[in-house]
Design a binder for this molecule. Structure first.
Ligand code: AFP
Length: 341
């Protein structure tokens, strides 16, 4: 990057300007999505600032509660959740919210109701907070079917119905990656301006990658296709170099690297967790949407991930996502297993 030229840049594409540009291509649009997004962006900025200050402010540490997955909740999780719920409700554009931190869906009061449903994990990867490793917020946005008759079915929709998805990574820089169904764009927070600036336009994942990303500590419980795929990554039969293993254990960071460098991220089913670990509505769907929009694929071991239909808001699913050729290889391993069975 030419830093001198960057410093002189005067035509900045902020995330708001970008979304307004997209909106102008839909003359019927009344700006509701732009308003909703600006509230999500506000939440991300708040969490970015809280994450940066956490060590100093002694925000790190247990809040003394456990969330519904039985995980210890950190203060930052609690804070981030409160910030996002309040930001989304006050946007006046949401109707139903599903958060990783709330057992039940939140139905917004009729006076503040809008047409969007947002499913989100306010601070994913929270076990990484104490050691300063990248963590993130993940979100997926749907449109409700009938504003006057809102039910859980409005969020229990297949991922193919999602209008937009994104994540914000709180790492060495703060990066917000967004797709509104027209490709994927990445914006980096300029702390001096307090604005997300377009830095990664039209992200396309490489067709094939050199990295695989998985928690190999679970290998003894994997099914045969997963074990075979990982074996092939390490000992390729076709004379190619082995793939490198990279695993942070923070989905946003692992998926962000996969999106930019290519390769595959997997959190498969295993004997102990037949549905894997990751949650459909606010982990699997948004990341699968982004992967497909960037030219990659997302597969559950049985089907295209976005075609799942969750039956409960905190459902989990195995997931394999990343470069198209790599996911294709996994699909064919599962296909040959089912043809043997
Ligand atoms: P935490 O929020 O408990 O750190 O879990 C993070 C996460 O949901 C996701 O971000 C990671 O990809 C995955 O779990 C890591 O799981 P393992 O620790 O089992 O590898």
């Amino acid at each position: 990057m030419d830093h001198a030229a960057e410093a002189q840049r005067t035509d900045l594409m902020t995330i708001t300007r970008h979304v307004l540009n997209e909106q102008s291509r839909h003359p019927e649009s009344r700006g509701d999505f732009t308003i909703l997004l600006s509230h999500i962006v506000l939440g991300c900025k708040f969490v970015a600032s809280a994450v940066n200050k956490a060590g100093l402010a002694k925000l790190i540490g247990l809040a003394g509660e456990t969330n519904l997955q039985g995980e210890e909740q950190k203060k930052l999780d609690v804070l981030s959740n409160e910030v996002f719920v309040k930001a989304l409700v006050s946007s006046g554009r949401t109707c139903v919210l599903v958060s990783e931190e709330n057992e039940e869906a939140i139905f917004v009061d009729a006076s503040l109701r809008g047409k969007y449903c947002v499913c989100f994990d306010p601070l994913d990867g929270s076990s990484n907070i104490d050691c300063g490793v990248s963590i993130g917020t993940i979100f997926g946005i749907y449109m409700i079917k009938d504003k006057d008759n809102v039910t859980l079915d409005d969020v229990l929709q297949p991922g193919t119905n999602m209008l937009a998805a994104g994540y914000c990574m709180y790492g060495s820089s703060c990066t917000l990656v967004l797709s509104t169904g027209n490709g994927v764009n990445g914006f980096t927070l300029d702390p001096s301006l307090g604005e997300f600036i377009l830095t990664h336009p039209n992200i396309k994942i490489p067709k094939k990658g050199k990295i695989y990303s998985v928690n190999e500590g679970n290998a003894k419980n994997w099914d045969a296709p997963t074990a075979k795929f990982v074996e092939k990554c390490k000992f390729p039969l076709d004379g190619l170099s082995p793939k490198s293993l990279r695993y942070i254990g923070s989905m946003v960071a692992d998926v962000h690297r996969t999106l930019l460098y290519g390769g595959v991220f997997l959190y498969p089913a295993d004997k102990k967790s037949p549905n894997g670990k990751l949650r459909v509505l606010y982990e699997v769907f948004p990341m699968s949407f982004l992967m497909e929009q960037a030219g990659g694929q997302a597969f559950t071991g049985k089907q295209r991930a976005l075609e799942l239909v969750p039956s409960k808001i905190h459902d989990r699913s195995p997931i394999f996502l990343g470069s198209s050729d790599d996911v294709e290889e996994i699909k064919s391993l599962y296909a040959s297993q089912s043809s043997i069975a």
